[in-house]
Design a protein around this ligand. Structure first.
Ligand code: AMP
Ligand code: MG
Length: 328
């Protein structure tokens, strides 16, 4: 069985084809990079509108299959930017009707967890998902991926990108901040904001921007990483200790950061848990994770009718039942 997955929640339009064993046959993505400022939802949607045809046909062609070989269309139904989600949903409805195959709407955050589980071969992880739009610490409990901690304002990736932009660096800022931070081991004073199990990054962003007037960029970059990654490590450690999970899974675009990997690896080690990082290609937003999660839902007998296919921009991770997993 072949599944075509469409991802369009934010900056990236992506199509991926997977089979029912979780093998990725092909994955093609096109990411919108605004010339100035952050992501404008309508402009981003227009980017997706312009590129979807090429992305999907290249994905199919390079996988050496025909669109007629596809058995199921999966699309990200939320959470995300409304206009961007609607592009993906419209394409899914059209392909489903035209090819006479079922479609299934997927929660984007569930997909990040599921692609990590299948790609890393881990079973029941505590998952730290850090990306441009999300910062979530979750694990399976009572049939759902419960949120043990999350950001109360902006996501870590968004914070790094916004700071980088203020500092005159090109988008995406995360990798550039990582490079700069390697050149410093100075720790400047920044707020450390953990509230219970939740995190906040907006005050840190304001403080870091203020530091630009009187400190080296390398030192600020290092301090930003050390402070925010320590916050993530603290909450992750507490979540592992409380849930007793024996695996830690790091995913999302920020999972590419070597310093973050090192810190979360230490957390896992100290909690007697194994540490897993999603391969770089599958860590950021991608159609393969949507396809694979669509298959897991389909395999449980769940498809999405036209009436149910309305997008859900505020759909939370912990609102989704996970019937394909047995609780340990
Ligand atoms: P995603 O939203 O999952 O596609 O991930 C994109 C985010 O990951 C952006 O905010 C990037 O700045 C961030 N990112 C990518 N590589 C790195 C890195 N090496 N260090 C920190 N952040 C990164
Ligand atoms: Mg994402």
């Amino acid at each position: 069985m072949l599944i075509l997955g469409l991802e369009s929640t934010a900056h990236t339009f992506s199509a991926g084809i997977v089979d029912d064993a979780g093998n990725v046959l092909n994955l093609v993505s096109d990411t919108y990079i605004p010339e100035t400022g952050g992501l404008h939802p309508l402009k981003t949607a227009m980017h997706h509108q312009d590129c979807f045809d090429g992305v999907i046909s290249t994905t199919v062609k390079e996988a050496k299959v025909s669109i007629r070989d596809i058995d199921l269309i999966a699309f990200s139904q939320g959470p995300g930017l409304g206009p961007c989600l609607r592009i993906g949903a419209t394409i899914a409805r059209t392909l489903s009707a035209g090819l006479r195959i079922p479609m299934v709407g997927v929660n984007h955050c569930v997909a990040h967890v599921e692609i990590g589980r299948v790609a890393c071969g881990c079973d029941d992880p505590l998952c730290l998902y850090v990306s441009g739009g999300n910062t979530i610490i979750s694990a399976l409990k009572c049939g759902r991926y419960q949120v043990f901690g999350e950001t109360l304002d902006i996501a870590l990736g968004n914070m790094l990108d916004t700071f980088a932009r203020e500092a005159g660096l090109a988008h995406p800022g995360g990798p550039k901040i990582e490079q700069l931070a390697r050149k410093s081991d100075l720790l400047l004073d920044l707020p450390y904001v953990v509230k219970g199990m939740d995190l906040s990054f907006s005050g840190i962003l304001t403080s870091a921007i203020r530091l630009l007037a009187k400190h080296d960029l390398e030192d600020i970059a290092n301090s930003l990483q050390e402070t925010t990654f320590a916050m993530l490590a603290e909450v992750t450690e507490r979540a592992v200790a409380h849930t007793g999970k024996e695996e830690v899974l790091l995913t999302g675009g920020v999972a590419a950061n070597d310093r973050l990997k090192k810190m979360i690896d230490i957390v896992a080690l100290e909690q007697d848990a194994s540490f897993h990082v999603v391969p770089r290609k599958l860590a950021g937003d991608n159609g393969a994770m949507i396809a694979w999660t669509g298959f897991l839902q389909f395999d449980q007998g769940n498809t999405t009718s036209l009436e149910e296919s309305r997008v859900m921009p505020n759909w939370r991770l912990d609102q989704v039942d996970i019937p394909w997993r047995q609780e340990r």
